[in-house]
Design a protein around this ligand. Structure first.
Ligand code: GLA
Length: 346
């Protein structure tokens, strides 16, 4: 709702069909927003402060708009959002923001981006600025995550949440930020996610940061801005493990476009082996798997999945699988489909 005094916005979680660890390498990915997500209600208040309430945690934060200091946990998102919106020249009104979510934290469905985009849109709607460019907003949300929350993630999650379209996966080219919706009509097939139970912990973030640093080193050695521009023959002469990291990125980009072609041809059966190949690459070339993820994937395959892979940053989180018509996914797995992108609720 937005009447000048209050606004409510919804930020979705995301599933990435394929294209992992490609965003910060100028490569390709194919994510979509899902129904589960985060809702933020912002109410204008008198005074000079922001009051933020995390409903599910029963916690509150209060800070002056004019002097935003860093904080930990969920507070870092709110404070960072206020600071970055103001720095970008948007009007940030004193407000009480109430956060509620129906997306598991740390389950690999990008609860962070869901919160960021809901906060951004709710605050912007309060000053009638919710039509801001969504690619710019994705960058702004990403700065909140990088500089205030301290997670060196790429743009995948924020773009999926802000720019996805119902019934479509979104092909993103991170070198140009070209966005290309691709119809994803399952036709009896089902995509499901299963939480491995190994949460995204600090060590998962460490693993992610180490991979990013390796990619930067490999790009510097190859003299390219992004690994996606690397010459495969030159990459294969890099010292181990940099050679394998680049091979993952290059082959993963190719798998994204093979998946786009399969979807455009309505050939869901062809997508299963691509998910399997993505997983093998993330496990063997990118070293991003952990035993709990392997077990969750094995359960999906035993249940009859046509293909399954780890999803998101790796080192824990969820496994995504594609089930053919008639096959029964494990009971705790959640069905996912492309839903609405981030929006101000009427
Ligand atoms: C996490 C990050 C994204 C992306 C993926 C890996 O989800 O937030 O930016 O790097 O890992 O594809």
């Amino acid at each position: 709702m937005t009447d000048g005094r209050a606004a409510t916005a919804r930020g979705p979680g995301r599933v990435n069909l394929i294209g992992e660890h490609t965003d910060y390498n100028g490569g390709l990915a194919l994510p979509f927003p899902i129904a589960a997500g985060c809702t933020v209600r912002a109410e204008a208040i008198d005074g000079l402060d922001v009051v933020a309430v995390a409903e599910d945690l029963g916690e509150e934060d209060r800070f002056p708009l004019a002097d935003v200091q860093p904080a930990e946990g969920w507070r870092a998102f709110v404070r960072g959002m206020v600071a970055e919106l103001a720095r970008a020249g948007f009007t940030v009104r004193p407000a009480r923001v109430t956060i509620s979510a129906d997306l598991p934290r740390g389950g690999g469905l990008s609860s962070s981006a869901a919160l960021e985009v809901a906060l951004a849109l709710a605050w912007l709607a309060l000053s009638g600025e919710e039509d801001a460019d969504r690619v710019e907003l994705a960058r702004l949300c990403s700065r909140v995550e990088n500089d205030w929350v301290g997670a060196r993630t790429g743009l995948l999650d924020q773009l999926a949440a802000l720019a996805g379209a119902p019934g479509h996966a979104l092909r993103i080219d991170f070198a140009t930020l070209a966005l290309d919706p691709v119809p994803l009509q399952p036709d009896g097939w089902r995509l499901v996610v299963l939480d491995s139970g190994a949460p995204h912990t600090l060590s998962a973030q460490d693993g992610y940061n180490v991979r990013r640093a390796e990619c930067e080193r490999a790009a510097a050695e190859l003299g390219v801005r992004w690994l996606s521009q690397a010459d495969p023959a030159a990459a294969s002469r890099l010292p181990e493990p940099l050679d394998r990291r680049v091979e993952h990125v290059l082959t993963e980009n190719a798998r994204v476009d093979a998946t786009v072609a399969a979807l455009r041809a309505g050939d869901l059966a062809a997508v299963g082996p691509l998910l399997d190949a993505s997983h093998a690459s993330l496990r063997d070339l990118y070293d991003a798997s952990v035993p709990a993820v392997e077990q969750a994937r094995a359960r999906m395959l035993e249940a009859g999945a046509a293909g399954a892979r780890m999803m998101g940053g790796g080192f824990g989180g969820s496994v995504l699988a594609l089930f053919p018509p008639g096959a029964q996914a494990p009971p705790e797995a959640i069905a996912v489909e492309p839903g609405l992108p981030a929006r101000v609720l009427a």
